[in-house]
Design a protein around this ligand. Structure first.
Ligand code: DLL
Length: 429
C-alpha cells in the first residue's frame, strides 16, 4: 500500500475522522459560502446540529446545476488569491463547470492518486504514459502528479495523435498506461494498423482506466488484447478529479478513500439513502477540500455500496460496485429504459466484435427504433458477419426485452473522438 496506516485504518477510527472533518468542512462552507449558508438556513439547520455521521442525511444536496449557477467563484470558501489551479468538468452533459484548488487541495489530490496508482501496480522506475487530456480536464494532470510523486517516469503525451503515442510506447518501453477506457481499445487498433502487435512489441502490462462507464466484459477485452492487469479508477472534477476510488486486485468493486470522502447511495427519485447492495445514485461529500468543499454532491452515477466488511487486499475503506452508468445516460425506447452499459456487456463478450460501437435511436413512424451499430474485428470474423448479427440480435433482445436492429460494420466505420466516447446518438432530439 502507498499509505498503509491510513489505507488499513479500522472502521471506528475512519468514522471518527470523518465526523471531525465533516463538521469542519460544514462550518467553513456555512461561514464562507452563501449557497450553503442559505441552503442550511432554509432547513433550519446550523453546523452544530450535525452531531453524528447519521445526521449527514439532514443536509441539503448540491448538483452540477448549482455549480453552473454559481459560476465562476460563487462556491469558494477561501479568497480567490489562495487558489493555485482551476479545472473544468468535461461537459459531456451540458455547459462545463469550474473547480478551483488551493495548494493543499493539490497535495491531497496527489496523495489519493498515489494510493490508486500504487494499488494498480505503478512503482518507482516504471515508464508511465498518461494519455488523458492535459488542460482543463482533470485526467492528465491528476495522473501526472500522482505518477511523479511515486517516482515513475511520466510520459505526458495527453490525448490525440495515437500513432505518435504508440511509437513513444515502443521507443521508451512504456510499462503502464493511464487512459479513458475506450481509448485503450482505440490504441490497440491503431497499433495493429501500424503493424505493431501490442502484446509482442510493447511492454505495457499495467493499465489504469476510467472517466466513463466501461463494463466488466470491456475490461476483460482490454486485459486480453494487451495482456494487461487493468484497474478501474473513478472520480470527477468536483471531487478533485480522478482518484476518489480505485479497484484493487483482490476484491470486487472500488475502494473509496473514506478519509477524504463520504460515500452515500440514494434513491434518485426520493433522495432517501439506500441500504448496502441497493442500487441508486452515488452522492459524495468531500472532507478535505479547502477551496471548494462539496457537501452531498449528486454525481448522477449509478452504483451500490458493497455489503462487505473487509477486503483480502487489507484495505479497510468501503467499496462500491463499478459504476454502471449515469442516471442521465439511460434512454427510453417505447417506454422501456435502456442503459448503454447493458448493450456493451453483451457486445464485448463476443471476440468477433471489434473496437467501437454506437447506439442510434430514431423515430420510425410513431415508434422508437434502436439500432446497435457495431464494428467487427476483421481478424476474427471472416464470412460470419451474418451469424454475428443474429447472435447479437438474440442476446440483446433477451437482455433488453424488445427487438433492436443490429448492424455489423467494417472497422473504423464509427467516428473516433478524443476524450470520452459518445455511445448514444439520439436522433429524436
Ligand atoms: O472524468 C475524472 C477522471 C479522469 C476519472 C480520468 C477517471 C479517469 P469529469 O470529467 O468531471 O471527471 O467526469 C466525471 O465521469 O461522474 C462519471 O459519470 C464518469 N466516470 C469517471 N470515472 C468513471 C469510472 C473525470 N471509473 C464523470 N467508471 C463521473 C464510470 C466514470 N464512470
Amino acid at each position: 500500500m502507498w499509505n498503509p496506516r491510513v489505507e488499513s485504518l479500522d472502521k471506528e477510527s475512519i468514522g471518527h475522522l470523518q465526523l471531525k472533518r465533516l463538521r469542519e468542512s460544514l462550518k467553513r462552507a456555512y461561514e464562507n459560502i452563501q449557497f450553503y449558508n442559505s441552503a442550511l438556513r432554509a432547513r433550519g439547520l446550523a453546523p452544530d446540529d450535525i452531531k453524528t455521521l447519521d445526521d449527514l442525511k439532514r443536509l441539503p444536496m448540491i448538483s452540477k446545476d448549482d455549480l453552473r449557477k454559481n459560476y465562476p467563484y460563487g462556491l469558494l470558501a477561501v479568497p480567490r488569491e489562495e487558489c493555485v489551479r482551476v479545472h473544468a468538468s468535461s461537459g459531456t452533459t451540458g455547459k462545463p463547470t469550474l473547480v478551483l484548488y488551493t495548494s493543499e487541495d493539490i497535495r491531497n489530490w496527489s496523495e489519493i492518486m498515489c494510493r490508486c496508482l500504487f494499488m494498480s501496480g505503478l512503482r518507482r522506475g516504471d515508464v508511465f504514459q498518461v494519455t488523458p487530456g492535459y488542460g482543463l480536464f482533470t485526467g492528465g494532470l491528476g495522473f501526472h502528479y500522482g505518477g511523479e510523486a511515486i517516482g515513475a517516469m511520466v510520459v505526458p503525451t495527453g490525448t490525440g495523435n495515437t500513432e505518435r503515442q504508440i511509437r513513444l510506447m515502443q521507443d521508451l518501453g512504456t510499462t503502464m498506461i493511464a487512459g479513458i477506457a475506450s481509448y485503450a481499445l482505440h490504441m490497440a487498433e491503431v497499433a495493429s494498423e501500424m503493424g505493431i502487435d501490442v502484446r509482442r512489441d510493447l511492454k505495457a502490462r499495467k493499465g489504469i482506466f476510467g472517466a466513463e462507464a466501461w463494463s466488466d466484459s470491456m475490461m476483460k477485452k482490454i486485459s486480453e488484447l494487451w495482456e494487461m492487469d487493468c484497474h478501474d479508477i473513478y472520480g470527477m472534477s468536483e471531487m478533485y478529479g480522478p482518484g476518489v476510488g480505485c479497484s484493487c486486485s483482490r476484491g470486487e468493486g472500488l475502494h473509496i478513500w473514506e478519509d477524504h470522502f463520504i460515500v452515500e447511495v440514494v434513491d434518485p427519485s426520493t433522495d432517501e439513502p439506500l441500504e448496502p447492495e441497493e442500487e441508486g445514485e452515488v452522492v459524495l461529500t468531500s472532507l478535505t477540500k479547502t477551496a471548494m468543499p462539496m457537501l452531498r454532491f449528486r454525481t448522477r452515477d449509478i452504483s451500490r455500496i458493497l455489503d462487505v466488511r473487509s477486503c483480502d487486499c487489507g484495505r479497510t475503506h468501503k467499496r462500491i460496485a463499478r459504476v454502471k452508468g449515469r442516471c442521465d445516460d439511460a434512454f427510453s425506447i417505447n417506454g422501456v429504459k435502456v442503459f448503454p452499459g447493458q448493450v456493451e456487456y453483451v457486445l464485448m463478450k463476443h471476440p468477433e466484435v471489434g473496437m467501437n460501437y454506437q447506439l442510434v435511436v430514431e423515430k420510425v413512424g410513431a415508434l422508437d427504433q434502436l439500432t446497435v451499430m457495431v464494428e467487427a474485428d476483421p481478424s476474427k470474423i471472416g464470412p460470419q458477419a451474418q451469424s454475428l448479427e443474429s447472435a447479437l440480435f438474440r442476446e440483446l433482445r433477451s437482455v433488453l426485452g424488445f427487438q433492436p436492429k443490429v448492424r455489423v460494420l467494417p472497422p473504423m466505420s464509427i467516428e473516433r473522438r478524443e476524450g470520452k466516447a459518445k455511445r448514444v446518438l439520439d436522433l429524436r432530439k
